[in-house]
Ligand binder design. Structure first.
Ligand SMILES: Nc1ncnc2c1ncn2[C@@H]1O[C@H](COP(=O)(O)OP(=O)(O)OP(=O)(O)O)[C@@H](O)[C@H]1O
Length: 935
């Protein structure tokens, strides 16, 4: 082989070996890179796995958080919803049947029909354990239409729209479960309910709704009208007890048209006369005035097939306009178009029911109310309705605290007396027309209460400078005594100037009041003349400084004053007529009340007198006080009155529901309030209580007596007069013939009381030496009293049967003596008819009686009979003018004629602890007095 070839081979070999080496290096590098890449790949894979795990954990944590938040929110919302529901349907409106009871509410509530089945049960949370309503949130905002509307959208994701599938539902709420959210519907004051679907469940819904409506409103405020042509009222059988009280009425098959017409009529009437353009609904009226003048009328229409065109259009009218007027329909078995006031209930057993306002939320309807509960409740309500409406409080007539006494009485006195059934208040005015009021109502119908309410309403509006009361009650009892200070309550109604109670046997007190008012009338008429004005408003304008309050004189049971045909009645009627005629323009108003004005002869015999009493007030079943053809009082419910300012003419009737003013506590609250505001110059009223024996020590006349050396006209007080001011009857024992006093009758205590009063009052006017007093006691029964008087008078002589002859001898000599009398001598003789000593003693006594007074020797004697005095005076034909003054106890008027001027006899029928006094030197007629009691 050629060298060159060899060289070439070697060169090739070397080249190959170099290439091989390079290739091996490259291979090693590539392997190293591969390993590195593989290692990196593994690392990245591990990192990715770790990251995935972390992410999953974070995601799970977040999901848990979201779940917890969702549950808490849902529980809170459920709690809030339950709380709101509780407030919307409190008490009888929402309470489950097992603990249900009647709880009348202030305003209409929503009514429970079942409970809402809420989405997914939330876990228990603190919200749930607290009482709904105390947790704060949600006062009903999440709550519309009585069901949970709008709420789903606020809970995490919208679980259900009206069209979407319902969410999963909760199971029954257990002890620890979520709060139960009731399904409520609005009926009273809001709308109508249409029940469809399952018949039994629907019947239960209707029964439950009615019972809740009845139980959550005051008895009688819900009236039910049942129309049930298919089962003839069977659907409402449980409510039958209400029928007796008129709370439930049934309409027979075929009566639907009439029923709908009637309900439409109510709506029209209420719109026109009750709402009268002032309010848009009864609900609004109630909110503004707290009054509900119309009941809710709930018509339950259970089936009835096809409606006529007329029925359909009336039904539509009611669905549109009824709710504002308290006319509501509960309908089953009639097709009704949906409307804003119509709530639908699709009844179904289990959880399949729905109510329109809850959208697609399932509802589990409550079972029907237990039949026994329905019956008992209906009976209770019927009884309460039959017993009449609950009283309205007196406060409803009064202005708010601090607003008292803002009215002026110059032109009249106006006050509310209560609400009319239509709603507005009934205001009553006493003024020039009508000036006087006549109130009538049989016993127990609330006459006295009416007077209290009227006086309270007036007293709260007019200050005592604007208004004065004179109150007289001829009924037995002390009804007006509360206006005067008493032992239990020392306050008084500042307007009251006079209260007369227990005067049923003291008709003279009524007369005294009328005389007093006549005097006041004269005073006002004189002032009017002087200021050249004709009525009180003008007089007050002319004489702003004068005291010219309007006077309201109330005489309850005034027929007692006018009963009989005696002098008291005759004078009373004359005075009344004058006061009624002329008092109107002088601000003197008379309110006369009686159980039965029809029997008052004296009144109806004087049409002119009756005509002045143009304000007539009739309580239930009052007779004759309204016009003959006006029978409004016959059908008045309890605690109502007809007020008629036009002499009882039917067109002027206004019915008023009178508040309860008899309650002592309520009255006291008002009286105390007014008393604290009384003007400082106004003292307590004079209280005349015919049952109380007055005390001499309390007599202002006795307290005013002062001792003097020798008063020319000593006054012997005798007893308390029956008068408007506290005044003592008296006789003046001046030096003049006949100035002796005879007390006549057999009643020892009263005779002794009169002599003691006379003796003590005389003694109070003399210094010890100024007069001589001698007490003669000739009756053992009077001894204690005579001794008591003797002990009270200093240096008083004491005589009895043993030694009276000395006194008489002395006194007769003194009476006939020629020398001037130095000081008066008063001889008080107990039982003068028992004088021992025969004719001689009798003659001496006669001499003293006849001639003594001119020589300041006066006999104050008690004879135990009018005839016995006559004997002392010298027998039947003897003159009686030695007795200038007498006090008769149990002596009949006819026996007194010898001591009474003219041919007649005083009108006197003896009565306990009353006496008739006549003093010929001052009296035209005799006056009744009340002897002072001991002390
Ligand atoms: N408007 C009223 N609201 C509540 N209770 C009333 C009302 N009116 C009267 N009463 C109650 O009825 C009863 C009788 O009332 P009141 O004494 O006023 O009747 P009267 O007609 O004056 O009866 P009498 O003449 O027998 O005294 C009382 O217990 C009174 O509290």
């Amino acid at each position: 082989m050629a060298e060159s070839t060899k060289h070439r081979v070697m060169e090739i070999r070397a080249g190959l070996s170099h290439a091989l080496g390079a290739a091996q290096v490259a291979l090693q590098r590539a392997q190293a890179a591969l390993e590195e890449a593989e290692a990196r790949h593994r690392k990245v894979g591990a990192a990715a796995t770790a990251r995935r795990r972390k992410l999953a954990a974070t995601r799970d944590e977040r999901i848990r958080e979201i779940d917890a938040w969702h549950d808490t929110e849902l529980a809170a919302l459920a709690g809030a919803a339950a709380g709101a529901a509780d407030r919307a349907a409190p008490g009888a409106a929402g309470e489950p049947w097992h603990s249900w009871e009647v709880t009348p509410l202030e305003a209409a509530a929503e009514l429970r029909v079942g409970r809402l089945m809420l989405p997914e049960a939330p876990v228990p949370s603190p919200v749930r354990t607290e009482r709904p309503g105390t947790t704060g949130p949600g006062d009903g905002d999440a709550w519309a239409g009585g069901a949970w509307a709008g709420a789903p959208g606020e809970v995490t994701e919208p679980p259900a729209g009206p069209e979407s599938e319902p969410p999963p539902v909760t199971g029954p709420a257990g002890e620890d479960g979520p709060p139960e959210v009731p399904a409520l519907v609005r009926l009273l004051d809001h709308g109508h309910i249409v029940i469809e679907g399952d018949r039994r469940a629907g019947d239960d819904v209707a029964a439950g709704l009615l019972l809740r409506a009845l139980g959550s409103s005051p008895p009688g405020h819900v009236q039910i009208i049942g129309y049930d042509p298919e089962s003839l009222g069977g659907g409402l059988a449980g409510f039958a007890p209400l029928a007796s009280a008129g709370v439930l009425t049934f309409v027979g098959p075929g009566g639907l048209e009439k029923l709908l017409d009637e309900l439409v009529g109510h709506v029209r009437r209420i719109n026109e006369t009750v709402l009268a353009g002032e309010y848009s609904s009864l609900r609004e009226l109630h909110r503004a005035t707290r009054r509900r003048p119309e009941p809710w009328r709930v018509a339950v229409l259970l089936g009835g097939g096809e409606l006529s065109r007329h029925e359909r259009s009336q039904l539509d009218r009611l669905l549109r306009t009824g709710a504002a007027c308290g006319v509501h329909l509960v309908i089953r078995g009639l097709s009704v178009e949906p409307g804003p006031d119509v709530e639908s209930v699709a009844a179904a057993p289990g959880d399949g029911a729905r109510i329109g306002s809850a959208g697609a939320l399932p509802v589990r309807l409550d079972p029907g109310p237990p039949p026994a509960l329905v019956t008992v409740t209906c009976r209770q309500i019927a009884e309460a309705v039959a017993a009449g409406p609950a009283p309205v409080a007196l406060d409803s007539l009064l202005p708010g605290a601090g607003d008292e006494w803002r009215e002026e009485s110059a032109t009249g006195l106006t006050a509310p007396l209560g609400d009319s059934p239509q709603g507005p208040r009934v205001l009553v005015t006493l003024s020039d027309y009508p000036p006087h009021a006549l109130i009538a109502g049989p016993s127990g119908t609330g006459k006295t209460n009416f007077i209290y309410a009227w006086l309270g309403a007036l007293a709260a509006r007019y200050s005592p400078r604007e208004l004065a009361f004179y109150l007289l009650d001829f009924k037995e009892g002390v009804s007006f005594a509360r206006f005067a200070p008493g032992r239990r309550d020392p306050t008084w109604l500042p307007h009251v100037r006079l209260v007369g109670v227990n005067v049923n046997t003291d008709r003279e007190f009524g007369l005294a009041l009328l005389r007093f008012l006549s005097g006041e009338l004269r005073r006002r008429a004189d002032a009017a003349k002087q200021h050249e004005v004709t009525n009180l408003a003008e007089l007050r304008a002319e004489d702003p400084e004068g005291s010219w309050p309007r006077i309201v004189a109330v005489v309850d049971e005034f027929q007692v004053l006018l009963a009989g045909r005696d002098a008291v009645a005759a004078e009373a009627v004359d005075l009344l007529e004058d006061l009624a005629r002329r008092g109107r323009s002088q601000g003197i108003h008379l309110i006369l009340a009686s159980q039965d004005v029809s029997g008052i002869e004296a009144l109806w015999g004087r049409p002119a007198l009756v005509a002045q009493f143009s304000l007539r007030i009739a309580l239930p079943r009052a007779r004759r006080v309204l016009a003959e053809t006006n029978a409004a009082a016959d059908s008045l419910p309890r605690y109502h009155a007809v007020v008629n300012a036009d002499s009882g003419a039917t067109e002027a009737n206004r019915v008023v529901r009178v508040p309860a003013a008899g309650d002592r506590e309520q009255w006291s609250a008002l009286q105390h309030r007014l008393w604290r505001r009384r003007p400082p110059e106004m003292g307590p009223p004079r209280l005349f209580d015919g049952d109380v024996v007055p005390k001499l020590a309390d007599s202002p006349d006795f307290r005013g007596l002062r001792a003097a050396a020798s008063p020319a006209a000593p006054i012997a007080l005798l007893g308390e007069t029956i008068d408007v001011t506290a005044r003592s009857a008296r006789t003046v024992l001046r030096r003049a013939p006949g100035r002796n006093l005879a007390v006549l009758g057999t009643r020892v205590d009263e005779a002794c009381a009169v002599l003691a009063t006379a003796g003590r009052s005389l003694a109070a006017q003399f210094t010890p030496e100024g007069a001589r007093f001698s007490v003669v006691c000739l009756d053992a029964d009077a001894r204690a009293a005579a001794e008591a008087l003797h002990a009270r008078i200093p240096d008083c002589g004491w005589y009895d049967a043993e030694n009276v002859d000395w006194l008489l001898e002395d006194a007769a000599a003194e009476a006939t003596a020629a020398w001037p009398a130095d000081r008066p001598h008063f001889i008080l003789i107990y039982a003068a008819d028992a004088l021992p000593g025969g004719k001689a003693a009798g003659d001496q006594l006669r001499t003293v009686l006849r001639q003594g007074p001119e020589r300041r020797l006066h006999v104050l004697g008690w004879w135990r009979g009018a005839g016995l005095l006559r004997d002392s005076l010298g027998g039947h034909a003897a003159r009686t003018d030695a007795i200038g003054s007498w006090v008769a106890l149990d002596v009949h008027g006819s026996e007194l004629s010898p001591y009474y001027p003219g041919t007649g006899a005083p009108n006197w029928y003896p009565r306990p602890w009353r006496a008739l006094h006549f003093d010929r030197s001052v009296h035209r007629g005799a006056e009744v007095l009340i002897p002072y009691g001991n002390a």
